[in-house]
Design a protein around this ligand. Structure first.
Ligand SMILES: Nc1ncnc2c1ncn2[C@@H]1O[C@H](COP(=O)(O)OP(=O)(O)O)[C@@H](O)[C@H]1O
Ligand SMILES: [Mg+2]
Length: 273
């Protein structure tokens, strides 16, 4: 059973105030869609008949029990895995591979260990052909934005896990991607660092315009970050729910949020065994 996303009924996404520098035009977010797709690996179907869309500028979170296919879905949307049936598209055009306008952040640390924090953040800027001075300025701006202005010359092994995730976030967003794919990026962090990173993510996304697909098995993380939450289970997409707003920690106890959390947990519980 698959559920058509309720994008049409969703208000446009308003992120927190823009922190974009004058040098930077916000990129317009991509529209991402899976249409009648079977997803899986090595020919084995993990998720069947998925219809799902992420609207431009939206944060779509994806939750589901371990092994249900969250990473498979994310990697398919990102163009890293082919669909087994149906279509994956960005702005109506089939996705056939990774692209420079799409950024990925995984739980695993993907920083190049021999490059400083700044040099890591400069990578997507170099790919986009920016000159040395501009790369440097932009990378430093991004390191400031993620709260690491004095760490630019550090090598990754001198940074804490949380700091490395901040650098990864800066690197992902510095290239002005139109879509960002995040696979449990904060999963290895302690609870307090993780809450800080969730807040930071919302802040730094402000004004970027990027569409974000964020995979997590943490329902509260999905509810805090997501404009909508897609639920996976039982070999397919089981539901897509719009999250009540405004986004703030206090909203955690609002009746609407409590009800939604209850529904999601129930849905996951009944399908995860
Ligand atoms: N590299 C792989 N090759 C073949 N099967 C895989 C591979 N990675 C994951 N799988 C299988 O695909 C299914 C979904 O995995 P995955 O998308 O990683 O789930 P999740 O991210 O929700 O934990 C699982 O049954 C898993 O065993
Ligand atoms: Mg996974």
């Amino acid at each position: 059973m698959s559920t058509k996303s309720d994008t049409a009924a969703t208000a446009p996404v308003v992120h927190t105030p823009a922190t974009t520098s004058r040098a930077e035009q916000p990129a317009s977010g991509a529209r991402l869609s899976l249409t009648g797709t079977d997803l899986g690996r090595s020919g084995a179907v993990v998720l069947h008949g998925v219809d799902l869309e992420a609207a431009p500028g939206e944060i779509l979170t994806v939750v589901g029990p371990s092994g249900c296919g969250k990473s498979t879905l994310l990697r398919t949307l990102a163009g890293l895995l082919p669909v087994l049936a149906g279509q994956v598209a960005q702005d109506g055009r089939p996705v056939t591979g990774p692209g420079a306008d799409r950024a990925l952040v995984f739980q695993e640390d993907a920083l190049l260990p021999w490059r400083t924090a700044r040099a890591n953040v400069e990578l997507p800027l170099a790919i986009r052909g920016l000159g040395r001075a501009e790369r440097r300025t932009r990378a430093e701006e991004w390191l400031e934005r993620v709260g690491l202005p004095d760490r630019k010359r550090q090598l990754p092994h001198r940074l804490s896990g949380g700091q490395r995730q901040r650098v990864q976030l800066a690197r992902a967003l510095a290239g002005q991607p139109r879509a960002v794919f995040m696979d449990e990026p904060f999963g290895a962090l302690d609870a307090q660092t993780r809450a800080g990173m969730q807040q930071l993510l919302v802040e730094v996304l402000g004004g970027t315009g990027a569409t974000v697909v964020f995979v997590t098995h943490d329902v509260d993380e999905a509810l805090f970050l997501g404009d909508r939450v897609a639920l996976l289970g039982a070999g397919g997409l089981t539901d897509v729910r719009t999250v009540p707003r405004p986004r703030d920690r206090g909203a955690r106890d609002d009746p609407a949020t409590v009800g939604l959390r209850h529904d999601i947990l129930e849905s996951l519980g009944s399908r995860s065994s």
